[in-house]
Design a protein around this ligand. Structure first.
Ligand code: IMP
Length: 194
C-alpha cells in the first residue's frame, strides 16, 4: 500500500483526508515520523505556506509527503482572515475567539459572501505539485451546529441551508475546499499509479 506523510497535527483533517484518499493510501502522521516541533508557516500566501510545510517534512524525512494550507477569504473584509485564518483573533488556534472576531467585524454588513480556499502541496519522488480547491458561500449571523472545526459553525456553502458544522463529514467533504483539493490530489496519485 502507498504510504504518504500528511503534514498536519489536526486529527479532524487527517480523518477527512483519509476518507477521500481511500484504502489504497495510508496516511502517515507527523508523530509517526518523529516530527513533534511546530512547522514554520510564515509565508504571505497559502501556496507559499503549503509548499514550505511540504519542503520541511521532505527535508526531514526524504519521503513522499503533502501539506495543505487553508484560508477563509471574506469579500467584505478584503479577503481577511485569509492566510491568517488560524491566528485571526489570538496567537493560538482559538476557534471560538476567531469566530467571535469574525462576527464582530461583519456586524451590520449586508455582504456576507466568503469562500474557503485550500492549497495542497505534494512532493512526490522529489518533484513538487500544487492542487487547489475552493468553496463559495456566506458567513451566517450566529454560530450553528457543533460538527467540524474552525469557522464551520459560521460558514454556509452556496446551495445549502445548513452550515458546515451541521453536516456530517461525508457531506462536508463532498463540497468542501479541502475535499475538492484532495480529490484532485487523489486523481493525480491514481493517474500516476503512485
Ligand atoms: P489550515 O491551514 O488548514 O490549518 O487552516 C487554517 C485555519 O483555517 C484553521 O485554523 C481554521 O481556523 C480554518 N479552517 C481550515 N479548514 C477549515 C474547515 O474545513 N472548516 C473551518 N475552518 C477551517
Amino acid at each position: 500500500m502507498k504510504e504518504i506523510i500528511f503534514a498536519t497535527n489536526n486529527a479532524h483533517k487527517l480523518s477527512e483526508v483519509q476518507v477521500i484518499l481511500g484504502e489504497g493510501v495510508r496516511l502517515v502522521t507527523l508523530r509517526e515520523c518523529g516530527i513533534t516541533e511546530d512547522i514554520p508557516e510564515n509565508e504571505p500566501t497559502l501556496e507559499g505556506n503549503a509548499l514550505a510545510k511540504a519542503r520541511y517534512v521532505h527535508g526531514r524525512t526524504g519521503r513522499d509527503c503533502f501539506a495543505d494550507d487553508t484560508g477563509l477569504e471574506v469579500d467584505a473584509l478584503g479577503g481577511a482572515p485569509g492566510v491568517h485564518s488560524a491566528r485571526y483573533a489570538t496567537d493560538g488556534h482559538d476557534f471560538a475567539a476567531n469566530n467571535r472576531l469574525l462576527l464582530r467585524n461583519l456586524e451590520g454588513c449586508a455582504d456576507r459572501s466568503a469562500h474557503f480556499r485550500t492549497v495542497v502541496a505534494l512532493i512526490l519522488d522529489g518533484r513538487e505539485y500544487l492542487f487547489e480547491g475552493r468553496v463559495d458561500g456566506r458567513i451566517v449571523e450566529s454560530e450553528s451546529g457543533d460538527g467540524g472545526f474552525g469557522y464551520d459553525p459560521l460558514f454556509m456553502p452556496d446551495g445549502f441551508d445548513r452550515t458546515f458544522a451541521q453536516m456530517d463529514g461525508d457531506e462536508k467533504n463532498s463540497v468542501s475546499h479541502r475535499g475538492r483539493a484532495v480529490r484532485k490530489l487523489a486523481g493525480f496519485l491514481s493517474e500516476t499509479g503512485k
